[in-house]
Design a protein around this ligand. Structure first.
Ligand SMILES: Nc1ncnc2c1ncn2[C@@H]1O[C@H](COP(=O)(O)OP(=O)(O)OP(=O)(O)O)[C@@H](O)[C@H]1O
Length: 252
């Protein structure tokens, strides 16, 4: 379960040409927590991730990682503070093998020079093997990334992020385009990651959310509409109303 406050958004507002995409949003995520962020189309979920990683700057309010205020930091500075983001478009090197991709990502992690002095080659490679096993790609280490299926490419992408050892990971619709079986395996992976990292996952697939969620935050029209467990969210009257017209929360 969650520990100390890790990420805090306090009264954060963003407007695009006068339109409030995020409207006075306050959100707290504990260390080691896996938080699902759901909401109907246009609710402001992706913009919220953009705010946390510094891609978009708030008009007002404060965003903090632990005690550190992120508002005035550039995107690369925020990344260096330990916030990693997985985008929907894969950024793997298609012409390299899975092992080579992992090795490149590993060499980019902060403090790598120090690590290189402490770790012998064999130990680093053992780390890569463990990472591949964690995401279920242990039998594909020598496969070219360009030859992987969509689902496997997404898992490699997650592994590349993990190789950089972020404290907080942001994922936007990680199961988009996956088969039901791949989605289920991704849920198992996320359940393994719980507790070791803080994760914020934006998802529309409620089946997936139910498999991984501890606490869910629901956004609607830029605001935080509700927070609670799966059961609490599903029977919440305001949430049910927000999803009317989009076929209900199960079709989010
Ligand atoms: N750069 C931008 N300029 C203008 N409007 C924007 C911009 N980015 C987002 N918006 C608008 O802000 C609102 C919130 O968008 P956002 O992408 O954060 O929603 P979302 O909850 O992630 O939606 P979806 O589930 O459809 O991806 C939308 O109405 C969107 O059109």
């Amino acid at each position: 379960m969650s520990g100390a406050k890790h990420l805090t958004l306090e009264n954060v507002t963003v407007s695009f040409n006068g339109f409030l995409a995020v409207d006075n949003l306050s959100l707290t995520v504990g260390e080691g927590e896996l938080r699902c962020l759901i909401g109907p189309n246009g609710a402001g979920k992706t913009t919220t991730l953009d705010l946390i990683c510094g891609k978009t700057k708030p008009r007002s309010g404060e965003i903090k990682l632990g005690p550190v205020t992120l508002n005035d930091l550039e995107e690369h500075q925020i990344a260096r503070k330990g916030i990693g983001r997985k985008f929907q478009v894969p950024s793997v090197f298609r012409q390299l093998t899975v092992r080579e991709n992992l090795s490149v990502a590993h060499s980019r992690r902060p403090g790598v020079l120090r690590n290189a002095l402490q770790l012998r080659r064999g130990e680093a490679s053992e780390g890569l093997d463990k990472l591949a096993e964690l995401v279920g790609l242990e039998n594909q280490l020598e496969t070219l990334a360009g030859h992987l299926s969509h689902g496997h490419t997404q898992w490699l992408e997650i592994a590349l992020l993990l190789a950089q050892d972020p404290k907080l990971i942001l994922m936007d619709e990680p199961t988009a385009g996956m088969t039901a079986q791949e989605t289920h395996k991704t849920a198992q992976l996320f359940n393994r990651l719980k507790g070791n990292r803080t994760l914020i996952v934006v998802e529309h697939d409620m089946g997936f959310v139910k498999e991984i969620a501890e606490m869910i935050s629901v956004m609607h029209q830029g605001k935080l509409l509700a927070e609670g467990t799966v059961e609490e969210i599903e029977r919440h009257p305001a949430v049910r109303e927000a999803y009317l017209g989009s076929g209900g929360i199960s079709h989010a």
